[in-house]
Ligand binder design. Sequence first.
Ligand SMILES: N[C@@H](CCC(=O)N[C@@H](CS)C(=O)NCC(=O)O)C(=O)O
Length: 225
Amino acid sequence: MIDLKLFVAPNTCARVATIALEEIGVPFETSLVRTAANQQKSPEFLKINPKGKVPTLLIDGAPLTENVAILTWLADTFPDAKLLPAANDKMESLKQTADLAFFAGSVHPIVTRIAMPMKIIADAAQSFEIVRPAGVKDMDSVMKMIDARLEAGPWWYGEDWSIVDAYLYWVWARITGVGYDGSAFPNIQRHFALNKERPAVQRAMAREDVNIEILKSENLFMAPR
Ligand SMILES: N[C@@H](CCC(=O)N[C@@H](CS)C(=O)NCC(=O)O)C(=O)O
């Protein structure tokens, strides 16, 4: 059996890979990275992932980084879990990669501007007054497009759930968790509610809750704001 260890931190995009692993149902361990203590930039962690980011997946001790790569590897290695629809040809497969890359490369940076604006401008007042509203404006256009795509629904690819849906679940939770007004996007709201009902999503969230309690007990929990 493959030994799988996922480096995670609560509320981060590591949730997407955690959901993927829970959907697969394979045994795996999560290792909590204390971002408030900058553990992701510690020499020990940088030896594993020089980019200093979660998620990082150790596969039999060898690290794989980047959500797109981790999710694609999981989908390919555990096809029975149907993390992505079966692709009939290379082009179909590339379009799925494009969907994952869209969330990782285009949507995630806007999430950062909304949920962690102080990463863009350190000055707290300026980050909340300038960076966040600009992020919200850009996110509105993205969500308009996604809401239209989900009109037929219920999932990104129609009838069958995929890991792209977990990506959207994380994005939506992260931005609405800091006050993003999602009322104009009923299809995404419905999508989010459906995701919350999935046992794998609930198990992933339970893992996060355990880690949140650990961080609170160490005074290292940064509540979304
Ligand atoms: N491109 C990476 C982005 C990973 C990333 O930005 N992770 C964030 C959490 S959402 C992180 O580790 N932040 C810690 C830091 O930047 O110090 C991916 O898609 O996996």
